[in-house]
Ligand binder design. Structure first.
Ligand code: SF4
Length: 344
């Protein structure tokens, strides 16, 4: 089995919450650390701070650097190892924009408008009119992945249409622009359906989202976690302490399922159903379980927060590694397209 490359990214929205952790970050770290039977790494992982992507929904760039650093610190605290996985900002590798421009000519606007994920985003964001960059979002994503010749794209089922666009663009490029030596410049990345575990927000209505104010941050202290947990929505039918409850409809129980031990989970479920466990105590146990998992991250976060120069060095080093790969790919692209002296 040869090593396969995975590029994963997040928009820099600042400090991350538990939903980011269980929905993506935990998975990234598992992929980063996975070994093959011969002891070599199963995947080469690269982690992208997708700052260009934020422009498709907001032109406010005031905090983009601070948000990038806050997010990076959470990545490092959670276990991203920059010696294994380069971390870098999209905007600092000019080849992303260059490849995006070239790819924009390999796909029709009608094809992009049919993208179901995009239609959902337009509905959810309640946007009156979409900017051109948003329509081209999957094309920029294709450039992000193919610039590093990612062979595997870990996705949830809802993101499959985006991967399909990347695959189409790769195929089209390889057919139209065969490379004189390599034959094909790009791999056709395979989607790897990953069971992302999505966490409900504290309001119990929808997923965790900072804009909805229903999150627990990875950087929250035990006191902050406990305070937030006190407001979490539970089974509304369990009004008094001794009322029997229904864990299956309770947000707090869904957190227990992810963060508590099997024994605690079983006793919470039994106590809730029997009416012997009150929500106040149950929430305290849940907050403690979450804080126990966050404790090592909190410690690492403090380490990096106290060393901003180290974090910046990690980022610049990652960008330098990414730039070398991106530059090589663009040389091949220009050769295949016969652009400039190298292709003449
Ligand atoms: S006891 Fe726990 S699981 Fe049951 S409703 Fe209350 S918070 Fe939810």
């Amino acid at each position: 089995m040869s090593t396969q490359r995975i590029l994963s990214g997040m928009r820099p929205t600042g400090k991350l919450h538990l939903g980011h952790y269980t929905g993506a970050l935990e998975n990234w770290i598992e992929q980063q650390n996975l070994l093959q039977p011969d002891g070599t790494r199963a995947y080469e992982t690269c982690f992208l701070i997708a700052d260009y992507h934020t422009l498709t929904t907001s032109l406010d760039t005031t905090s983009i650097y601070d948000h990038s650093i806050d997010m990076l610190i959470d990545w490092l605290a959670a276990g991203v190892d920059p010696d294994i996985s380069p971390v870098f900002r999209q905007s600092q590798i000019k080849e992303h924009a260059e490849l995006f421009l070239l790819f924009s000519n390999l796909i029709t606007t009608a094809r992009l408008e049919r993208n179901p994920t995009l239609k959902e985003q337009v509905r959810d964001l309640n946007m009156e009119s979409m900017v051109y960059g948003h329509l081209g979002y999957p094309v920029l994503q294709a450039a992000d992945i193919l610039l590093y010749k990612g062979n595997i794209v870990p996705v949830g089922e809802d993101q499959l249409p985006h991967v399909e666009i990347t695959r189409e663009i790769s195929r089209k490029f390889n057919i139209h622009f065969p490379h004189p030596v390599l034959g094909e410049v790009f791999p056709e990345p395979a989607p790897k359906i990953t069971k992302f575990s999505r966490l409900l927000g504290l309001d119990g209505k929808t997923k965790m989202s900072k804009s909805l104010g229903n999150t627990i941050l990875l950087s929250d202290t035990p006191e902050e976690v406990a305070a937030k947990m006190r407001n979490a929505v539970t089974d509304t039918m369990k009004v008094r302490r001794n009322d029997p409850g229904r864990p299956e409809v309770c947000t707090v129980f869904s957190y227990h399922q992810r963060f508590s031990s099997p024994d605690t989970l079983a006793s919470v479920e039994a106590g809730c159903r029997a009416g012997s466990l009150g929500c106040v105590d149950c929430k305290k146990m849940c907050a403690a379980a979450i804080s126990a998992e966050l404790a090592p991250m909190l410690e690492k976060r403090r380490h990096f927060e106290a060393r901003p120069e180290l974090v910046r060095e990690i980022l610049l080093e990652g960008e330098s590694k990414a730039r070398r790969i991106a530059s090589q790919t663009m040389t091949e692209v220009r050769q295949a397209m016969r652009l400039g002296e190298q292709g003449a």
